[in-house]
Design a protein. Structure first.
Length: 733
């Protein structure tokens, strides 16, 4: 490390309604909530435990008794451990009052539902020390404790914002995607696994025994909820296949090996060097499981290259943007240096536009430098620049410092300059044999930045140069400082400095005369159709499929691509010679796993107001009003307005109709918020929404849009009319 681095309304609102009538209505709504009841048989069937219906009937366990059933009660009834855990998690997920069946029961405080279980997409890592039983028999307990303490799982996991769910002696269960989701949780899990393995050789016992570990990683949808027991034994409940699969994969991993499931493999793309292994027969899993061993992170110059696959669609709908970029390149190539800032939301095609520009100028004599910023190194000084130098010099991580040094100096034919470069950059590039003394001799930051400017500008001496800085929203402060200096020297050089970033990043470079700024917009419906046609190999899709993809994708190319691929791979369509045919009714499109984490990440960052988004999602994508939300949430106007403002500011919602009507900015964001709700919570929310609509609408909605009322089936089952009807075709129940 460098020592200087630190771096349109639903129709329920009536403008003449008074606050008094609203309060009276809310009281009536709450009474109706308390009169609701749950059908125990239907509930058990819904959670996959229908075999216990007769036991519950014989023991007269009804809606009033259910919340009081303990683990000891279930054990006395003779239920096996796995079913007891599932039942406790499902019982804990139930709201406390809507199902009591007792009109006089107290209403739960606002927010009681927030702590209930959620449906999430997680990447799960299970890590275990090899031969721990032998170690325990060989070592004294105090020595063994020191060995396990040196086991650096928690440190490596924290680096990637993972959640250590449970320590089981020498085994560790870790979740990536809970309680905070990230757009790249699968990648984070694999990187954490590699870091744990890399740290193992440094762990030794006083008897000279070497500690090794095995790691299994799997991704998938789980139900994550509150504690499944009480007191000191309480722990987080996670139900789903992924934790079990990760544990089984761990057993099959080699010493200091990381094994990933197909679900994780699909999410990480080409970000890692992987080795396929023979299909695994795993205990408790009927079919053989494909798996891959992770060898190392793949050092690619661009995340776009690493995540792009052969089925990616053609470049469409960006002719004007491409023409502007090529024009600035031509100006720069003629000797007037240019700074081009390219901004856009994730998935709009910033990287694709840059790659298309490079393909257009491929026949011209020119040089390219790619500096890829990293979300994991936003505080690592000069990270993208140092990685560029490593690639250019051909430095190999496993090589000793002498070999790395020998290769590096070839970049600088001048001996004196080469020697000084080794002194300045040696500690960061691993060029020096010894540590502290050499680091102490390193020069100032100013001298180092001057040297790096020379490295970056050197190719422009003989030909035009494009320096591409990707994902500047992750840039470290020192690299940003270096770019400040580069921009100051840009105007009279044959250089195009092209910087991509997301809207949340505020570039400090706003004054240069040679600056061009371009914000990418969403694609038109026509361009989306062209993209879909290319992905479908030129064969027509059924109109209803085409319409649903375009509606869901909202003009974001990445969403179009992932949704189209998901439909084509789902088995819902049959490929004929000239078209795709729909074999049956088209269900609402689900969110592809490749996109789900990115939407949940945005929702999780708004944890304090996420329930508002979830209730809005239960109403539909658009045209839900603050006046409808307030009684459903039992929230006062000031608090609700503040929450809605936060969601608007975060880009999750858009405000219409003078600030009283709201809609989700992306259809898939609404779907993600809705999908995170368990069916039992959806049922509660829909019942409240239906009741509020009937109480406050004075019959308008019942006469014009009766489907909005989302009335439940007898017995309290899932609503026949769900959010698809609530938002008139935009969702799924």
């Amino acid at each position: 490390m460098l020592c200087f681095a630190r771096d349109d309304d639903v129709g329920i609102a009536r403008s003449g309604a008074t606050r008094q009538s609203r309060c009276q209505g809310r009281a009536e709504v709450r009474t109706k909530f308390r009169e609701a009841a749950i059908d125990i048989a239907s509930w058990l069937q819904e959670i996959g435990l229908a075999e216990h219906i007769e036991i519950f009937r014989a023991e007269k366990i009804d809606a009033a008794v259910l919340p009081t059933v303990s683990d000891a009660d279930l054990r006395e009834l003779g239920l096996p451990l796995g079913d007891r855990k599932k039942l406790r998690a499902a019982i804990d997920a139930l709201p406390t009052t809507p199902f009591t069946g007792t009109p006089s029961a107290p209403e739960p405080p606002h927010g009681a539902l927030r702590s209930a279980a959620e449906q999430r997409h997680l990447t799960v890592m299970f890590c275990d020390i090899v031969d721990s039983t032998r170690l325990a028999a060989t070592l004294e307990l105090e020595t063994l404790r020191r060995v396990v303490d040196a086991y650096q799982v928690a440190t490596c996991v924290a680096r990637y914002d993972g959640f250590v769910a449970k320590f089981m002696g020498d085994g560790v269960l870790v979740y990536f995607g809970y309680p905070q989701a990230h757009e790249d949780d699968a990648e984070r899990a694999v990187r954490a696994g590699l870091d744990i393995v890399a740290a193992m050789p440094s762990v030794r016992t006083i008897n000279g025994l070497e500690l090794t570990c095995r790691i299994g990683i799997a991704s998938g949808v789980v139900v994550v909820g509150d504690s499944i027991s009480v007191g000191g034994a309480a722990e987080l409940s996670v139900l789903g296949e992924s934790p079990n699969l990760a544990a089984r994969l761990q057993v099959a991993a080699p010493r200091n090996g990381v094994i990933i499931a197909p679900s994780t493999r699909a999410l990480v793309g080409n970000l890692f060097n992987l080795k396929s292994i023979e299909p695994l027969a795993l205990k408790g899993i009927s079919d053989e499981v494909l798996a891959w061993q992770v060898i190392a992170a793949h050092d690619d110059t661009s995340r776009f290259h690493a995540t792009r696959d052969a089925t990616s669609a053609a470049f469409v709908g960006r002719d004007a943007e491409l023409a502007l970029l090529l024009d600035r390149w031509a100006i720069a190539a003629a000797g007037e240096g240019q700074l081009f800032l390219l901004s856009g939301e994730p998935g709009l095609g910033k990287s694709r536009l840059c790659e298309t520009m490079f393909s257009h100028i491929a026949a011209e004599p020119h040089a390219e430098i790619r500096l890829q910023c990293s979300p994991y190194h936003a505080n690592s000084a000069l990270y993208p620049v140092l990685r560029h130098l490593e690639r250019t010099a051909g430095l190999v991580h496993e090589d000793p410092p002498s070999h790395r040094r020998e290769r590096f100096v070839r970049l600088l034919p001048d001996d004196d300059k080469a020697k000084r470069a080794v002194t300045l950059l040696g500690p960061s590039l691993g060029l020096l044999d010894a540590g502290p003394a050499d680091i102490a001799q390193a020069g100032s930051k100013a001298e180092t930045l001057d040297l790096l400017q020379d490295f970056l500008f050197a190719p422009a001496a003989d030909q035009a140069l494009c320096i591409l800085v990707e994902d500047a929203h992750w840039i470290d402060p020192t690299t940003q400082e270096l770019l400040n200096l580069v921009i100051d020297r840009l105007s009279d050089r044959r250089v195009l400095l092209l910087i991509t970033h997301r809207p949340e990043f505020t570039p400090p470079w706003i004054t240069p005369a040679h600056l061009t700024r371009l914000t990418m917009n969403r694609l038109s419906a026509r361009s989306c159709a062209g993209l879909i046609s290319d992905l479908a190999r030129g064969k027509a899709l059924p109109d209803e499929v085409l319409r649903q993809i375009i509606a869901k994708a909202d003009g974001v190319p990445l969403f179009v691509e992932e949704l189209t691929k998901a439909v084509l791979e789902s088995g819902l369509l049959r490929e004929d010679a000239d078209a795709w045919r729909l074999d049956g009714p088209l269900p609402p499109l689900a969110i592809p796993s490749s996109l789900y984490d990115s939407f949940m990440a945005r929702l999780d960052r708004m944890a304090s107001v996420k329930e508002v988004a979830q209730v809005g999602a239960a109403i539909g994508r658009e045209k839900f009003s603050s006046r409808l939300l307030a009684p459903v949430l039992d929230m006062n106007t000031a608090t609700l307005d503040a929450a809605l403002s936060q969601l608007v500011d975060a880009g999750l919602l858009v405000s219409r109709g003078g600030g009283e009507i709201y809609a989700f900015k992306h259809a898939l964001t609404r779907d993600a918020a809705y999908a995170s709700l368990l069916k039992s919570r959806r049922q509660v929310y829909h019942q409240r929404i239906a009741t509020v609509l009937k109480e406050f609408d004075d019959g308008f909605a019942r006469a014009t849009e009766p489907e909005l009322l989302a009335l439940p089936l007898p017995g309290g089952r899932e609503f026949k009319r769900g959010p698809r009807q609530l938002d008139r075709g935009g969702g799924s129940s």
